[in-house]
Write a protein that binds this ligand. Structure first.
Ligand code: KG4
Ligand code: ZN
Length: 341
């Protein structure tokens, strides 16, 4: 990064149910990070309704971008590039952010920077402390569960991923089964802290060397347990069930993340994505990393879930590498993080 010149990036994120715009300086300093959550709207439906999300993004996006610039006291002329989440996510939702970014890029002549949502989650950590390479990132969110190896900025190597449900998705589905509000992750987290993991639930280790994950079997096991208990008229101890489920998820996440660190020889482990807000995961991962002498970096709670500052941070390094796009850029609901050559 050129020390003498400020690089100012406007970030835009609309991949799911948060409309967010942010201004970040030199890839590290958050000048503003405005997040408008639609959670209250979607809660009534027990999950994100794509059409409702898109409409809400359309209504909010201009206002949110203006507020981000105002809060940062930065004009569009001072911005060096517009970073936007290109994917993955809900296509209708992504399109709103991409269209807004393209319009600003066209009007100002500033570069358009397409950012992968997961790269954004990883770079949320960079806003607190610069990334140290080589690193392994454990990315756990509502749509993703991945282990990624990075040797330097912008280089992502996929080590393992979920073969079915994402970790956050499993939290949300189990919470729904327990009649907890959407999104269920934080509720399970809270309940788990008050329970003991006395229910016997499966862990999917898969093949001995595999760094992949699978959570659908665990989800089905919880479903069977709850249904059987209901049929027999037995009461389920909710706190103990939450604790048992959470322990089953965390055990596999932590074990595989440590395995990935040892296999790659990385010195740093980084946590990213919405599920990194989980208190149990933060505590146990910290303990384990400490025991094994691995430096662990975790995003602060406010940067765990979707926000545009992380997109701007990732976009800063893409701009430095010349990874920009033309005005033909399209949203891609299934955008891969690593492109096959
Ligand atoms: O990263 P994010 O905001 O959106 C995606 O990119 O998917 O992650 C949202 C996910 C939801 O599944 C939510 O339940 C989960 O993160 N989550 C949690 C916690 N806080 C949010 N899961 C477990 N424990 C938490 N404390
Ligand atoms: Zn996310």
């Amino acid at each position: 990064m050129n020390e003498n010149r400020r690089t100012i990036i406007l970030g835009i994120e609309t991949s799911c149910d948060e409309t967010s715009a942010a201004v970040v300086e030199n890839g590290t300093t958050v000048l503003s990070n405005v997040i408008s959550s639609q959670m209250d709207i979607h809660r009534k439906f027990g999950g994100v309704v794509p059409e409702v999300a898109s409409r809400r993004h359309v209504e909010r996006i201009t206002l949110i971008i203006e507020k981000a610039l105002q809060d940062a006291k930065v004009s569009l002329e001072e911005v060096d590039g517009i970073a936007v989440t290109q994917g993955p996510g809900l296509v209708g939702a992504l399109l709103i952010g991409v269209a807004a970014a393209k319009a600003i890029s066209f009007a100002t002549g500033k570069p358009l920077i397409p950012v992968h949502h997961i790269a954004g989650h990883i770079y949320a950590n960079h806003l607190v402390q610069p990334l140290s390479f080589p690193l392994v990132a454990l990315v756990v969110s509502g749509g993703h569960t991945e282990l990624i190896y990075m040797e330097e900025h912008n280089q992502f190597q996929l080590l393992g991923k979920t073969r079915d449900d994402a970790a956050g998705e499993a939290f949300d589905k189990v919470a729904r089964l327990m009649n907890l509000p959407y999104p269920g992750g934080p509720h399970i987290d809270r309940l788990a802290a008050t329970g003991t993991p006395e229910y016997d639930l499966p862990r999917a280790w898969l093949e001995p060397d595999s760094l992949d994950f699978s959570f659908s079997g665990l989800k089905s096991a919880v479903m069977n347990l709850v249904n059987n208990a209901r049929q027999r008229g037995e009461e389920i101890n909710e706190a103990n069930l939450a604790a048992s489920f959470q322990e089953a998820v965390l055990e596999v996440l932590i074990e595989k993340a440590m395995r990935a660190v040892h296999q790659t020889g990385a010195k740093h482990l980084l946590l990213a994505g919405g599920v990194s807000a989980n208190k149990g995961l933060r505590k146990h991962l910290q303990e384990r990393a400490g025991q094994e002498g691995i430096r662990l970096q975790m995003p602060p709670l406010e940067l765990c879930t979707d926000n545009a500052a992380m997109i701007a941070a990732a976009g800063t390094y893409q701009l430095l590498d010349g990874k920009t796009a033309g005005l033909t850029l399209n949203a891609d609901a299934n955008l891969p993080l690593i492109r096959e050559n």
